[in-house]
Ligand binder design. Structure first.
Ligand SMILES: Cc1cc2nc3c(=O)[nH]c(=O)nc-3n(C[C@H](O)[C@H](O)[C@H](O)COP(=O)(O)OP(=O)(O)OC[C@H]3O[C@@H](n4cnc5c(N)ncnc54)[C@H](O)[C@@H]3O)c2cc1C
Length: 457
């Protein structure tokens, strides 16, 4: 009688009280599906731990079985896994390890590894506090802060990763390490911008912001007005103070009954964001844009917890493809190139082509910061298409690449890790900081156990 040898992943069965799913198991497909439904990731196994101890068990067992480990919290950043073979990798999904504890006096929060931003914002709000979340409520804190973190508080308060005070991480040997400015300081430096290359983050401690409410909202015009609105916003962003962080998007929506009528089947241009000023000063700053008579204007003082809804990001998982670039400037010629791709008359497949205003505190190295304490560049360009089937993905990728190519004369050549949908050359992003990052990786993970969406080799 012959016996079939166990596959390496079979050695993980029974861990996490049975929440380890292998190909062919009934729970495998649900467990491996990321937020970005266009990414068909097929790991050797998916583990869904409920505690840091269970994470450590999986890490040790995977290493012993000769497998690698990819941490994932929500799967918003799964794009770089679209073409990666994960056949030798255990995906650890953190969505069952959630929770927020606010220390109102210290103005900090302890946030467990798979927690989403909306939960942090909701927990902070009763204390008149908020956090450096991004545009979407359901992005996870971990991946976002490890990749930098661009928020509508950014031009005043910098990258969200600078708000980290401590990171608790299960490292390659299965031990739990608390990295701070004083303990495991090199690891702490690397984690703040180096992504999931160093271990599985099971908790972070971060500074909160003292805002109970903010002046925020959006202005909306039909796309026909884009030739007036886009250059006006570009000129306006050259003048506004650091208290203002906004984004401009030309958006194209298919006719869908689930969309509100002001979006369904329409092409529009939208400016949204936050103005961290009192009402009078905010109105004064917004006046040049309001003078363009938007069809909708929702800018008003709102509870800070409402800022996660202003950008109208998709409320549920969606199939998406994207491309991205960082712009050094946005002169008239660049505005013309942008409008050439998505302006009136364009039949682009892009759901949106976004320009996020950078600069201000985002551009200044933070004292005691990590590898990504600031961002060089003035605008982040982020192009997204909905990709429910392969042809739509191919068209979306082509249109996003065409936009990036059209803007090439004004790009810096660097990238924002969080906005990069395919694996980024991290060395080119971090330049002379990369060798230090590699050294931390070699010390923390000498056998290259961890598989991050943007690898530090
Ligand atoms: C709709 C939408 C809106 C967005 N808005 C913004 C925005 O406003 N500002 C901004 O900066 N970014 C934004 N992003 C980008 C987002 O921040 C990145 O995709 C980020 O990687 C998401 O983190 P996640 O943990 O939710 O995603 P995941 O896909 O789960 O994680 C991405 C990567 O982060 C690492 N990682 C995640 N969790 C852990 C963990 N617990 N331990 C160790 N490593 C981990 C892993 O390497 C993983 O591959 C947006 C993305 C989408 C889709």
């Amino acid at each position: 009688m012959t016996t079939t040898p166990l596959s390496p992943a079979e050695h993980l069965r029974g861990l996490c009280a049975g929440r380890v799913h292998l190909p062919g198991d009934p729970g495998y497909d649900a467990a491996r599906t990321p937020w970005n439904l266009a990414v068909d990731q097929r790991p050797a196994a998916v583990a869904v731990p409920h505690s840091a101890d269970e994470v450590a068990d999986v890490v040790r067992a995977a290493a012993a079985a000769g497998l690698r480990v990819a941490p994932q919290s929500s799967g918003h950043g799964a794009g770089p896994f679209m073409r990666r073979d994960l056949g030798d990798t255990v995906l650890i999904r953190l969505h069952e390890i959630t929770g927020v504890t606010v220390d109102a006096e210290a103005r900090t929060a302890r946030v467990l590894g798979g927690t989403l931003w909306q939960d942090v914002v909701t927990a902070a709000a009763p204390h008149g506090l908020t956090a450096m979340h991004g545009s979407a409520p359901d992005v996870a804190v971990a991946g976002y802060v490890l990749g930098g973190g661009l928020s509508f508080y950014g031009r005043r308060h910098g990258l969200a990763t600078n708000s980290l005070r401590a990171v608790e991480v299960v490292t390659a040997d299965g031990s739990l390490v608390r990295a701070t400015a004083d303990d495991h300081a090199e690891l702490f430096w690397a984690l703040r911008g180096g992504g999931g290359n160093f271990g599985v983050v099971v908790a972070v401690e971060l500074d909160l912001l003292p805002y109970a409410d903010v002046f925020a909202g959006m202005l909306l015009w039909d796309r026909e007005r884009a030739p007036e609105v886009v250059p006006a916003w570009a000129a306006w962003t050259r003048e506004v103070p650091e208290s203002v962080t906004t984004s401009l998007r030309v958006m194209s929506f298919p006719p869908l009954p689930e969309l509100p009528p002001f979006l369904s089947g329409r092409q529009i241009v939208v400016i949204d964001g936050a103005v961290l000023e009192d009402d009078d000063r905010a109105a004064e700053l917004l006046a040049p844009l309001r003078a363009l008579a938007p069809e909708m204007d929702t800018f008003a003082r709102i509870p800070a917890a409402g800022l996660t809804a202003v950008h109208m990001d998709p409320p549920a998982p969606a199939p998406a493809v994207a491309d991205h670039a960082v712009l050094a400037e946005l002169p008239e010629e660049a505005v013309a190139a942008y409008l050439g791709e998505v302006g009136p008359g364009s039949t682009t497949s892009l759901l949106f082509a976004e320009l996020r205003h950078l600069g201000g505190a985002l551009a200044r190295p933070a004292e005691g910061g990590g590898v990504a304490s600031h961002l060089e560049g003035t605008y982040a360009l982020f192009c997204v298409a909905i990709a429910p089937f392969p042809e739509a993905a191919a068209q979306g990728i082509a249109d996003a690449a065409a936009m990036c190519a059209a803007m090439a004369p004004w790009t810096t050549g660097t990238h924002v890790l969080n906005f990069s949908d395919s694996p980024v050359d991290v060395a080119s992003v971090y330049g002379d900081r990369y060798e230090r990052l590699r050294a931390v990786r070699a010390a923390a993970d000498p056998h290259g156990l961890f598989v991050a969406h943007h690898p530090v080799a």
